[in-house]
Design a protein around this ligand. Structure first.
Ligand code: OGA
Ligand code: NI
Length: 357
């Protein structure tokens, strides 16, 4: 370091960027060709972002046709949920128009003039909606190359004015259709576990929903950073819609398997809570999104289904516990679970590990 060089103050850089409210999209629009240092992941981690280690596996994520016979679907979902923890579904009855409208609305929001969009840039989900670069920006070791809208849709909707009206309408419509699908999927999953069809619904697992809309702009140095770091989803179940760009991967035996975009399909995955409730029969599996090397932005919209009853004890369901299958997790309340999730970096399996007996 020369005499007039300042030491690198990471927090100061992060804060300056966050206070600018321009998001990653704003950085890209400014024409930068190298990414700021606080987005760069440490060399031992980013070696896993190189093209050579991007996708080694020839394993395929199953595509399940919901117009098949119910018993067949139940088997296919059970099998995918207890191995990879991920599958795609087609013929799901969610209108194409609802899906297209939601993606185009999230895209249009992210592509608003920066000064207009920055009015919505904040991290306070108290109003029911927030927009920022990485909700864990101040907890993580390195930032990720994406901007995220977060919208709480249950049990109460966002405050009026928290979002542009057309965006809100598109998301509310998307959520209404996807909630019906969520009910269908939870019924199929419950039956696959040998439970009553309404078991998860009765536990209020359809009621607390958070929708996220991610925007992954072009990244000029995709080998140095990531779009979303490897993590598991904390909730019960996730339904995700992605556009045609790709980059989502799921971890399988130490390899990364691509979740190829399939037009009109939805991606479903098991969250930590369902792994715990199923007493480890179903798997909540680590996944990530690579930084986007394409000039076309990558978009995704996901809903996380959670129980709205926050003061009731959760843990392995009694029907799935026996002398041969003793409980793998202790019981806890949703309030404690959420507190733990929001106070940490988006990471691997730390949440389920914490409740392990
Ligand atoms: C998530 C997630 C993947 C994607 O939001 O938890 O894994 O494709 N998103 O954006
Ligand atoms: Ni996820």
């Amino acid at each position: 370091m020369t005499a007039n060089e300042q030491p690198y103050d990471r927090l100061r850089e992060v804060k300056q960027f966050d206070d600018s409210k321009i998001g990653v999209k704003g950085l890209v629009d400014s024409g930068l060709t190298t990414i700021p240092r606080f987005f760069q992941h440490p060399p031992n981690i980013r070696s896993g972002f190189l093209p050579s280690s991007r996708s080694k596996s020839s394993y395929q994520i199953p595509i399940i046709d919901l117009s098949n016979h119910r018993t067949k679907i139940i088997d296919q979902i059970k099998s995918a949920s207890s191995s990879l923890g991920f599958f795609q579904i087609i013929n799901h009855n969610v209108p194409k128009q609802t899906l297209n409208h939601a993606i185009s609305s999230v895209k249009a929001f992210n592509e608003l003039p920066t000064d207009e969009k920055s009015q919505y840039y904040h991290r306070n989900l108290g109003r029911g909606a927030s927009f920022s670069t990485n909700f864990d920006l101040y907890q993580s070791q390195a930032a990720s190359w994406r901007d995220t809208l977060q919208i709480r849709l249950g049990p109460t909707p966002p405050n009026p004015g928290a979002l542009p009206e057309d965006l809100e309408l598109a998301i509310v419509e998307w959520d209404r259709e996807i909630k019906k699908l969520g009910e269908e999927l939870m019924g199929l999953i419950s039956e696959g576990l040998g439970l009553e069809k309404e078991r998860l619904k009765d536990m209020s697992c359809l009621e607390a929903r958070t929708v996220v809309g991610h925007y992954y702009p072009y990244c000029p140095q995709p080998d140095l950073t990531i779009g979303i770091s490897s993590h598991t989803d904390p909730g019960v179940l996730t339904v995700l819609q992605q556009n045609e760009v790709g980059g989502l991967q799921v971890k399988f035996d130490d390899d990364w398997v691509d979740i190829e975009p399939v037009s009109g399909a939805l991606v479903i995955n098991i969250g930590d809570l369902l792994q715990i409730m199923s007493n480890d029969e179903l798997k909540s599996v680590e996944h990530r999104v690579l930084a986007n090397p394409n000039h076309n932005p990558r978009l995704s919209i996901a809903v996380f289904f959670n129980p709205s009853k926050r003061e009731e004890l959760l843990g392995p369901l009694p029907e799935l516990v026996s002398a041969e299958k003793p409980p793998v997790y202790r019981e806890f309340m949703m309030t404690d679970f959420l507190k733990r999730f929001f106070s940490k970096e988006l990471d691997g399996k730390s949440l389920t590990d914490y409740y392990k007996i």
